[in-house]
Structure formats: structure tokens, C-alpha cells
Design a protein around this ligand. Structure first.
Ligand code: KIV
Ligand code: NA
Length: 266
């Protein structure tokens, strides 16, 4: 199967084909999701709260993103791998964003990067794109700004906020974004933004009208005890793992494992 590339995204939108994205933070999950046919793997800064034990994405460093990115890019054969610019690594200037993105590509093997924010980061996005780096935008609820946004809240509610969201999306497309993630946006607002853009929208908690969907894999697979309202648990992997580990403990304690077939002869 041929590698998914940035030009396929707009082609898929034009053809009315839905795009699929999941987060991945390591090699084993990247290999599995790639084999399942997921189009894009996002090395999200959600690695902070999902893997590294942080309360949110704020503490995640560029070095941590690079370790995760390298694991995912080495394992993915077909999927396009995009990597988040973490908090504090791009906001100060287009040059700072460019320098961080270069590290994510050169050291992490990223095919593309993702940046949070609208009109404010359009110059940053433009410089990266002009330097040959594909960039995804991210609008609506942007977790790196949760302290400003007042927690996990739906964004773009009401006419003014919806109009601002559309303006931001158009600014990102104009600056050269290859797609725009819409997080926690009312369905009808996401539909309007999706219709206005030529590049695809990738929704998370943004309804069915988006051109593609993304979920955090632990939410999708039921790895943790709960998933957000906008996610469906397509499996109960956490419970299955706990049951496997508990069976292992029982088998070792009862000396039922290891059995002769697991034991080397002299
Ligand atoms: O880091 C992440 O997982 C994300 C998705 C929620 C879009 O940015
Ligand atoms: Na993110």
C-alpha cells in the first residue's frame, strides 16, 4: 500500500471520501493502526496526559515529542505521521515555530506538524509551509490554551464565536494549511467551516460533517476507565489487558506457567 501524502487529503475531500486519524505514541500501536488502514497517525501532545502522567499537555517538551515521533514514524508504513508542536515551542515567532518543526522532521521523522491557533499563528504556519513543511491547523477547543478557555468547553457557540472560527479556518487555509482539526465545535458550525474550506477538516467532537475524524487512541479503544462524551469505545482494551495480567499472576503463583513447552531442555 502506498504512503498517504498531503496531496491525497484534498483529493479525498473532493471525492467525498472520509479521512481517518488516530493518535499514536509508540511503535506497537503505530504498527497496529497502520495495518488497520488508518490514514494518518497523530503523535499528539496528548502524550502528556495519556502516557506521561501529566494533568494536561502543557508540560510536554519537544524532546519528548521527538522520542514518541521517532517510534511512530519507524513503525508506520502507509500512514501519514503528523506531530504536534508542543506548548511553548512555537508561539513567540514564526522563526521559533520553524525551528521546532525542523527538529520534529529531522530528528522525529515527522511528515507534517500540527499547530494550535487561528489568525494569530497564520504567519508561523505560512513560514513552515513555504519551507517545505506540511502543516495541520487546530481550532475550536485547543488544549494548550485550556487555562484561557476556562477548561474543556465547546468552542464556536453563538454567532460571533462561529464567525470568528470560520475566519480563523479561512486564514489557516490561506496561509497554506493542508487540513484543519476542529475540536469540540457544534456540528452545524463544523459543517459550515467544512463547506467553506477546500482543504479537509478533521473533527473530534465536531459532528459528522467534517471531512475526517480523529480520536485519542486510548479513548477509541477503551484503554482507560472513561472516555469523553464525543468518543465511542470501540473495544475495552483496558479491561482485556487487566484480565490478561491477572491470569498471568494466577498462572505464575499456581506454577501452571511456565509449562514444559516454555522451558528449554539441557
Ligand atoms: O494531541 C492530540 O491528541 C490532539 C487531538 C485531540 C486532535 O491534538
Ligand atoms: Na494536541
Amino acid at each position: 500500500r502506498k504512503r498517504v501524502r498531503v496531496h491525497h487529503l484534498t483529493e479525498a475531500k473532493a471525492a467525498g471520501e472520509k479521512l481517518t486519524m488516530l493518535t499514536a505514541y509508540d511503535g506497537p500501536t503505530a504498527r497496529i493502526f497502520d495495518a488497520a488502514g488508518v490514514d494518518m497517525l497523530l503523535v499528539g501532545d496528548s502524550v502528556g496526559d495519556n502516557m506521561l502522567g501529566h494533568a494536561n499537555t502543557i508540560p510536554v517538551t519537544v524532546d519528548e515529542m521527538i522520542v514518541a515521533a521517532r517510534s511512530v514514524t519507524r513503525a508506520a508504513r502507509r500512514a501519514l505521521v503528523l506531530v504536534d508542536l508542543p506548548f511553548g515551542s512555537y508561539e513567540a515567532s514564526p522563526a521559533q515555530a520553524h525551528a521546532t518543526a525542523v527538529r520534529l522532521l529531522k530528528e522525529g521523522g515527522a511528515h507534517a506538524v500540527k499547530i494550535e491557533g487561528g489568525t494569530r499563528v497564520a504567519p508561523h504556519l505560512r513560514l513552515m509551509v513555504e519551507s517545505g513543511i506540511p502543516v495541520f491547523g487546530h481550532l475550536g477547543f485547543t488544549p494548550q490554551s485550556e487555562n484561557t478557555l476556562g477548561g474543556h468547553r465547546v468552542q464556536g457557540r453563538g454567532d460571533d464565536a462561529a464567525a470568528r472560527l470560520l475566519e480563523d479556518a479561512l486564514a489557516l487555509e490561506e496561509a497554506g494549511a493542508c487540513a484543519v482539526v476542529l475540536e469540540m465545535v457544534p456540528g452545524p458550525v463544523a459543517e459550515r467551516v467544512s463547506a467553506a474550506l477546500t482543504v479537509p477538516t478533521i473533527g473530534i467532537g465536531a459532528g459528522t460533517a467534517c471531512d475526517g475524524q480523529v480520536l485519542v487512541w486510548t479513548d477509541m479503544a477503551g484503554m482507560g476507565p472513561w472516555s469523553p462524551r464525543f468518543a465511542r469505545r470501540f473495544a475495552e482494551i483496558g479491561a482485556a489487558l487487566e484480565s490478561a495480567a491477572s491470569d498471568y499472576v494466577t498462572a505464575v503463583r499456581s506454577t501452571e506457567f511456565p509449562a514444559p513447552e516454555h522451558t528449554f531442555e539441557t
